[in-house]
Ligand binder design. Structure first.
Ligand code: SAM
Length: 248
């Protein structure tokens, strides 16, 4: 069986701890023709550390639309590319989605390597149910923000947000208004870094904590879903009776 030729690799890079780069990520970065980077300076430092010398080309949200067509053309001619973002998995709240979509539409092969991303360790560290969850990424800063939060009012799965530290208290307050002040949550800060911290509590407790402990660094906010309503004994019996009467 012949191996499919991959035109585009998405390569996750560390979100703090440089040891989190995988052996396969290094191997792929060493063998592609070109590495596309969100910020060539940031990725240049990492690649230098890993002794990787492949050509670097800038790929960010401001040139994404323009760049895609030309890149797909080059892939058709046989060039292989790797896409990296500043940190974590490309295309996860980072540029990349558009390129992936167009490469697939062009009938070419895409492979995303598994590796660092901030929301998975935050979800697991939170101690909240992780069998079902929703990733909301960044909430809009102004327009549409309230609508997005309101749409989550009935959500029973654990909810994940990327948030900036200076907007966290406002977000916690807005969530408390819609979800109730006693909803459990967790703020994961500086994951994989020296000052990693996971603070767990109700939305009110977290607001109080961050009012007295000003926040610095990168964060993921994990919020419990709405508790699912349990049927009472009477409701269960009534349901049984209903089924029995209908002959089911
Ligand atoms: N592509 C990245 C990923 O796979 O997680 C996300 C990029 S997004 C532009 C950056 C956001 O990810 C930050 O604002 C923060 O919410 C989260 N983040 C990234 N690194 C983090 C870390 N070390 N600790 C906590 N949150 C982090």
């Amino acid at each position: 069986m012949s191996e499919t030729r991959v035109s585009l690799f998405l390569v996750p890079t560390p979100i703090g701890n440089l040891k989190d780069i995988t052996l396969r990520a290094v191997e792929v970065l060493k063998t592609v023709d070109v590495i596309l980077a969100e910020d060539t300076r940031t990725s240049g430092t990492l690649l230098k550390h890993l002794e990787i010398t492949r050509p670097l080309q800038s790929y960010h949200i401001f040139n994404e639309h323009k760049a895609v067509e030309k890149l797909v053309e080059r892939m058709h001619k046989g060039e292989a590319f790797a896409l990296v973002s500043d940190a974590g998995t490309p295309a996860i709240s980072d540029p990349g989605f558009l390129l992936v979509r167009e490469v697939i539409a062009a009938g070419l092969e895409v492979q995303c390597l598994p590796g660092p991303t901030a929301f998975v360790p935050a979800l697991v560290n939170s101690g909240l149910p992780n069998d079902r969850f929703v990733f909301e990424g960044f909430l809009p800063h102004k327009k549409g923000r309230k609508t997005r939060i309101d749409a989550l009012a009935e959500e029973t799965r654990t909810i994940l947000f990327y948030e900036s530290p200076h907007r966290l208290i406002k977000t916690l307050e807005q969530l408390a208004e819609v979800f109730g002040a006693d909803r459990q949550a967790c703020v994961s800060r500086e994951l994989t870094k020296l000052h990693e911290e996971n603070v767990r509590g109700t939305l009110t407790e977290l607001i109080e904590y961050y009012e007295t402990n000003p926040l610095k660094g990168e964060i993921v906010l994990v919020v419990a879903g709405k508790p699912e309503k349990r049927e009472t004994r009477e409701e269960r019996q009534a349901l049984k009776k209903q089924k029995w009467n209908s002959g089911d």
